[in-house]
Design a protein. Structure first.
Length: 321
């Protein structure tokens, strides 16, 4: 038979048996097991204290803390836009409707409007030149190539052409640029520049280089013999005759006379030179007499030269105007 016992630690129904041989009651029970938060150590069963991270039994300290808390009565409620509160202990909470200018709650009208919109599937795509579309739900978009007559997209060929063009040019004096016009100022005695057609004609009408001079290498030292080829020279009013000796002559006297004569045999000018002149000695004299137009000019050693052997060198005459 079973009897109910009053337990101190736990209330248990424990069966007992009357043993006629032992003459006493013998208590017996099956082994007990305990789940969290209960645990057993020997014959002591305990319960872990409850916390924010552990289920368990309420500690007396926590009981006091919880018991001292308020009754939970609302005293005041406020709201931040778009939420609004009428305030007090029994507030009415509301939410303003959302719009394009204000945050809020979605109204039923707007919900219906938004719900009736399409799912976002493309139904038709068109293009405006230079953009073109094949249309339909899967359109092919293209762009016509730009040209001098039509707007469009830059083709790879044109890109290469434009990229290969020369960079912007800069110009230094006397050249200058105004928009797409490059100009050059006319040259003058005080300004560097380009030769004008007027100046070209002026310069072109002048005598060519050497036309106003006669020169000869005088390697003949015989008096009264022409020492240069006959050269044609136009009229002039003055000039300068020069002689540079390279090989000395010989003579008891000191001077030889070098003359420049025209085709008529008239002496244009003369130059007195030392018989022993050599080593680059330079002699110069002015020719004041006018030469005859288109006359043949030649150098001569004058018969009055006092040298036994005349010097050898270079002679030249330059005429003025």
């Amino acid at each position: 038979m079973f009897h109910r016992l009053s337990a101190v630690t736990a209330v248990l129904l424990v069966p007992f048996i009357a043993d006629p041989f032992l003459g006493a009651l013998i208590m017996s029970q099956d082994p007990l097991s305990f789940g969290t938060p209960l645990s057993r150590s020997g014959n002591a069963v305990s319960c872990a204290a409850a916390s924010g991270s552990q289920a368990g039994c309420l500690a007396s300290a926590d009981w006091t803390t919880f018991n001292n808390k308020g009754s939970g009565t609302v005293t005041s409620v406020s709201g931040t836009a778009p939420i609004a509160s009428s305030g007090g202990t029994t507030p009415a909470i509301s939410c303003t409707a959302a719009s394009g200018a204000a945050a809020g709650c979605l109204s039923s009208t707007d919900w219906t409007t938004f719900n009736n919109k399409g799912s976002g599937t493309v139904t038709s795509v068109s293009g405006t030149a230079p953009i073109a579309s094949s249309g339909g739900t899967t359109p092919a978009i293209s762009c016509t190539a730009a040209s001098g007559a039509a707007a469009g997209c830059l083709s790879s060929t044109d890109w290469t052409t434009f990229n290969d063009k020369e960079s912007v040019l800069t110009f230094s004096a006397p050249l200058s640029r105004s928009v797409n016009t490059v100009s050059c100022v006319a040259a003058s005695g005080s300004v560097a520049g380009c030769l004008s057609s007027t100046d070209w004609t002026t310069f072109n009408s002048k005598l060519t280089n050497g036309e106003n001079s006669i020169s000869a290498y005088l390697n003949i030292n015989v008096e009264e013999q022409a020492m240069s080829s006959a050269l044609v020279r136009g009229a002039s009013t003055s000039g300068t005759i020069q002689f540079v000796a390279t090989t000395a002559g010989v003579g008891a006297a000191v001077n030889g006379i070098l003359e420049l004569r025209n085709g008529a045999g008239s002496v244009i000018c003369s130059l007195t030179i030392a018989c022993t002149a050599a080593g680059g000695g330079l002699y110069t004299a002015s020719c004041g007499a006018a030469s005859t137009a288109s006359s043949n000019h030649q150098f001569f050693w004058d018969v009055a030269s006092e040298c036994t052997t005349l010097p050898v060198g270079n002679a030249a005459v330059t005429f003025g105007y």
